[in-house]
Design a protein around this ligand. Structure first.
Ligand code: AMP
Ligand code: MG
Length: 407
C-alpha cells in the first residue's frame, strides 16, 4: 500500500483473515516428556495403542456371577481385587468377591452390588437379580485401540496430560515455542518501581502484554521501554526482527508528531494494514519485519489489551500451530444503555450474570480507552456490531465471556 492512500477501516473479521493468511506455524518440533507438555501445541495426532479400559472390569464393589444363577445361593469361589485378578474361571453356581476396577473373571457375565446381597456362611444370596452385563465396564468402552484421541494443533490441558498418561504415552511431539519480542514506545513512560516525574505515566502495556504472552506459553523477549526517537525505534525493531517470530509494540501508531512506528515498519518491512474498525483500538498496524510478523498496538492501555486479545492473539495462536475454535457467543439482555456510533465493532467491558434463567449483561462503568478498572472488573465483552448504533436498555446484545488468556 502506498503511504498516501487513504486506508479504509478494515472490519475486524477481514483483518483477522488477512493476518491468518500471512502466517504459518513453526516448522520445528520437539519431543517432550509428559510433565513438560502442559500448554504446548501437539504437532502430531495421538492414537491409542491400547484399549481403555484394558479389560472387562467391575463398576461396583460386589460379586461377579452368572446372571442366570442369581436365584440360588452362590458358593464364594474367591476374590478379584484391583491389581490381583481371580485365577481360573467361574463355574456354574459360583460367585467371586470383586472390587471396583478389578478384572471380571472368565465365566462371569454380571456384577451384583454388595448392597443387593446377603451373606450366609460360605454362600451369597442375591436379593436383586442383575441383568447380564450389569455393572461391567467393557474393555475398549472408553477408547478403542487405534482411536485418535488428540489431534495435531491441540493445546494440551491438564486433563489431556492425564489422558496421555492413561494411554501409556510418555512423550509427544509438539511445535517449538514461539519467540515474541515486546516493546513500549513513549517519552512519557516510566517503568513501575521508579518515581514519576511531572507529566510522566507508568508503562502498563508492556506488563499486560507480557502477562498475556506468559499465559500463551511463548518465549518472551522483553525489549523494554523505547523513547520516541526514530533511530531508537528503528534499531530496536531491526534487532527484534532478527530474534523473534513476532514483534509487538504499543504506542506510536497514530498520526501524531512522534508516531514513528508505522513509518519505520514501512521502511524496514511491509505494512499489511494499519486501521481496523474496532473500538477501543483503530490504529492497529500489522505487517512484516524480515521473517518476523509485526503487531503495532495502540498506546491507550485498554485499546492495547483489547486489540492484543481480539486481533493479535488469534494470529499468535495460529503461528504457534494451534487450531482454535470460535469463542462461544451468547445472547444477553442489556441492563443499561450502550452509547455507540455506527462504523466500528465495539468491545465494551461488562459483567454477565444469569437471573431467573435469563442472561443479563451490565456495563462495568466508564469505557474510556484508558480506564483499566472497568476492564479488570469485567467478565465478558459486549460485542456491538460495526453498523449498530446506540443500544437501549432491554435490547438483545451479543456477549463473549472472557477466555483464560485475558482475565
Ligand atoms: P500513542 O499511541 O503513543 O499516541 O499513545 C496513546 C496514549 O496511550 C497516550 O496517552 C500514551 O501516553 C498512552 N500510552 C502509550 N503507551 C503506553 C504504555 N506503554 N503504557 C501506558 N500508557 C501508554
Ligand atoms: Mg506515544
Amino acid at each position: 500500500m502506498a503511504c498516501c492512500d487513504e486506508p479504509k477501516l478494515l472490519p475486524v473479521v477481514t483483518a483477522i483473515d488477512r493476518m491468518l493468511e500471512a502466517v504459518n506455524p513453526p516448522a520445528d518440533f520437539e519431543q517432550l516428556a509428559l510433565n513438560q507438555l502442559l500448554d504446548r501445541i501437539l504437532a502430531e495426532d495421538i492414537h491409542a495403542q491400547l484399549n481403555v479400559p484394558g479389560h472387562d472390569n467391575s463398576a461396583m464393589d460386589g460379586y461377579a456371577l452368572r446372571a442366570q444363577d442369581a436365584d440360588k445361593p452362590l458358593h464364594l469361589a474367591g476374590q478379584s481385587l484391583a491389581g490381583h485378578a481371580f485365577q481360573g474361571s467361574l463355574e456354574p453356581g459360583q460367585c467371586v468377591r470383586i472390587t471396583t476396577g478389578a478384572v471380571i473373571p472368565t465365566g462371569a457375565d454380571a456384577v451384583v452390588m454388595q448392597e443387593n446381597t446377603r451373606i450366609d456362611g460360605q454362600h451369597i444370596n442375591v436379593t436383586q437379580t442383575p441383568r447380564p452385563g450389569e455393572n461391567i465396564r467393557r474393555a475398549g468402552e472408553d477408547i478403542a485401540q487405534g482411536d485418535r484421541v488428540l489431534s495435531k494443533g491441540h493445546r494440551l490441558s491438564p486433563v489431556d496430560v492425564a489422558l496421555l498418561a492413561s494411554l501409556g504415552v510418555a512423550e509427544a511431539e509438539v511445535y517449538r515455542r514461539l519467540k515474541v519480542a515486546v516493546l513500549s514506545t513513549g517519552d512519557e513512560l516510566t517503568a513501575p518501581g521508579q518515581p514519576l516525574t511531572a507529566g510522566q505515566i507508568y508503562d502498563s502495556n508492556r506488563y499486560g502484554i507480557v502477562a498475556l504472552l506468559q499465559r500463551l506459553n511463548v518465549e518472551v523477549i522483553d525489549l523494554g521501554l523505547i523513547p520516541d526517537r526514530e533511530d531508537a525505534i528503528r534499531a530496536t525493531l531491526q534487532n527484534a526482527s532478527q530474534r523473534a517470530d513476532a514483534v509487538i509494540s504499543s504506542g506510536g501508531v497514530s498520526v501524531g508528531e512522534a508516531d514513528f512506528v508505522k513509518d519505520i515498519l514501512d521502511e524496514l518491512g511491509e505494512i499489511n494494514f494499519w486501521k481496523v474498525a474496532i473500538k477501543p483500538g483503530k490504529p492497529f498496524a500489522f505487517g512484516s519485519l524480515g521473517r518476523a510478523c509485526f503487531f503495532g498496538l495502540p498506546g491507550n492501555p485498554v485499546s492495547a489489551m483489547v486489540t492484543l486479545h481480539q486481533l493479535a492473539l488469534p494470529v499468535l495462536r495460529a503461528m504457534a500451530g494451534e487450531v482454535t475454535e470460535q469463542p462461544i457467543t451468547l445472547n444477553a439482555t442489556a441492563a443499561s444503555r450502550y452509547k455507540k456510533r455506527p462504523g466500528r465493532q465495539d468491545f465494551q467491558r461488562a459483567t454477565l450474570r444469569v437471573q431467573e434463567g435469563e442472561n443479563i449483561v451490565s456495563s462495568t462503568g466508564p469505557q474510556g480507552s484508558g480506564v483499566l478498572t472497568s476492564f479488570a472488573g469485567a467478565n465478558c465483552y459486549v460485542v456491538l456490531e460495526q453498523e449498530r448504533g446506540t443500544v437501549e436498555e432491554g435490547e438483545t446484545v451479543q456477549v463473549v465471556p472472557f477466555d483464560r488468556f485475558i482475565l
